[in-house]
Design a protein around this ligand. Structure first.
Ligand SMILES: *Cc1c(COP(=O)(O)O)cnc(C)c1O
Length: 461
């Protein structure tokens, strides 16, 4: 079925010029950046698809709300406005702001870990979530459906939990050793792939059977709700606000990076349904980590903009256009034969670079080679999600081989036009056609941890 793509439900009131560079300049910039686009200056990037986190455009309602920020250290009016919005959307009882998603994680996750409770199971842990699970002294286990790793085959909900494996893992580790089940919606690491309502409901049943808590890691909960509306039987006539509410009913704790579906440049949420003891622990612990519990590292004006953004992300005209933009780019690439994670998810198109550059071994980073070529081609900055990002085995120091070598083309919210995405498609297709000329990369400098952010590479001759 061929579907059209809707026009944006907004018009442009302010513009930010972006620089068009020459191929010769880009070759030089990339060399100076050590063949690592993280080290490029953003002003040398024409279309920046590094991330959808905090990179969206705010509405005039949000900019107007900024002016109403109450910067009181304690009990700010802006806090109460945000709290009211969060409680209305989730139906939960307790709310604490944090500076972003990882801030929420560093406060909440350690409260759930004890000597006995030392495993978290998730469909797929996002990398900062995994890091905070490990920093808290626990272990992170992923439990996603196999279809997630088969990029070519259609599955409407590639973010779903493998339910048999979930039960099996709980039995194997022992329910008393499970600190919680983390439901990541959408599944960021696999391409913003959604989780079905039916699957989440089944996870709730399993959690109840073993008396376990469910933590919703819901940076893109509104996008997930829209996919449920589109793809799952029985939800077509429900609003995404209602679907989101039904989703929250299945959880105990909701952690959110508000830089995504909060339509804000910064912000995070800690929301607790009913556990007052946990709420009090978090309120105490947040003070030295993020700040006093009525600001949690945010300014009053940040909280104002976020309160507005959370509601705007639940507007279905906004959401339809958002997801159509991602689908538009995916369709263009697919029509030209470029292998992508199919169907596309909510916030990005993931290009399968193992299939584009099978001649480059995993430890010479095929997806990084494709990413760099796309920058040279048209000044577009995607990001590698593969073996370069994965790093080394902490015990053996060997390079780990990622099951997928992906290039993520992440679409910021309300920021670029369909025409920009045409430019992106054209560049990726040109690189794809020239794929036999791509060469691998080796290290010039490799930091010991989180190497992908600061490493310097050079092309292998
Ligand atoms: C972005 C993200 C986080 C971390 O949030 P930050 O705001 O980047 O700290 C956690 N979980 C998921 C699923 C995310 O997408």
């Amino acid at each position: 079925m061929k579907q059209d793509y809707v026009a944006p439900p907004y018009r442009i009131k302010m513009v930010e010029p972006i620089k068009i560079t020459t191929r010769g300049q880009r070759v030089k910039f990339l060399k100076e950046a050590g063949y690592n686009p993280f080290s490029l200056r953003s002003e040398d990037v024409y279309i920046d698809l590094l991330t959808d986190s905090g990179t969206g455009a705010m509405s005039h309602h949000q900019w107007a709300a900024l002016m109403q920020g109450d910067e009181a250290y304690a009990g700010s009016r802006s806090f109460y406005k945000l709290e009211k919005t969060v409680k209305e959307i989730t139906g939960y009882n307790y709310f604490i702001p944090a500076h972003q998603g990882r801030g929420a994680e560093q406060v909440v996750l350690p409260q759930l870990v004890t000597q006995e409770k030392r495993y978290f199971i998730s469909n797929m842990h996002f990398d900062t979530t995994r890091a905070h699970v490990e920093l808290a002294g626990a272990r992170a286990i992923d439990c996603v459906v196999e279809a997630c790793f088969d990029t070519a085959t259609y599955h409407p909900f590639k973010g779903n939990f493998n339910l048999d494996k979930l039960t099996q893992l709980i039995e194997e580790k022992g329910a008393k050793h499970i600190a919680g089940i983390i439901m990541t919606i959408t599944n960021n690491s696999a391409g913003g792939q959604p989780v079905s309502y039916k699957n989440m409901q089944a996870v709730r049943k399993i959690a109840d059977k073993y008396n376990l808590k469910i933590i919703i890691d819901g940076a893109r909960y509104a996008e997930n709700a829209y996919f449920i509306k589109q793809r799952e039987k029985g939800f077509t006539n429900m609003s995404i606000r209602e679907i989101a509410k039904k989703t929250f009913d299945l959880g105990d704790i909701f952690l959110m990076s508000a830089k995504k579906d909060g339509l804000s440049n910064i912000g995070g949420l800690i929301v607790i349904k009913a556990d007052e003891t946990l709420y009090n622990q978090c309120r105490t612990y947040i003070v030295p980590m993020e700040g006093f519990p009525t600001y949690g590292g945010l300014t009053g004006r940040d909280m104002e903009a976020l309160a507005v953004g959370l509601n705007e992300a639940l507007d279905e005209n906004y959401m339809q256009h958002r997801l159509d933009q991602v689908r538009f780019l995916g369709d263009k690439l697919q029509a030209a034969g470029v292998p992508i994670q199919h169907p596309v998810g909510g916030h990005a198109v993931f290009v399968d670079c193992k299939k584009i550059a099978p001649h480059i071994p995993f430890n010479e980073f095929p997806a990084q080679a494709v990413t760099n070529a796309v920058y040279i081609e048209a000044g577009i900055r995607p990001v590698e999600i593969g073996s370069f990002l994965l790093g080394r085995d902490p015990d053996t120091n060997e390079n780990l081989e990622s099951p997928l070598e992906l290039m993520r083309l992440t679409i910021p919210r309300r920021t670029y036009t369909y025409k920009h995405l045409d430019v992106v498609a054209k560049a990726v297709i040109a690189v794809y056609k020239n794929r036999n000329n791509l060469t691998g990369l080796t290290f010039e400098y490799e930091p010991p941890v989180l190497r992908h952010f600061t490493a310097r590479l050079k092309p292998k001759k």
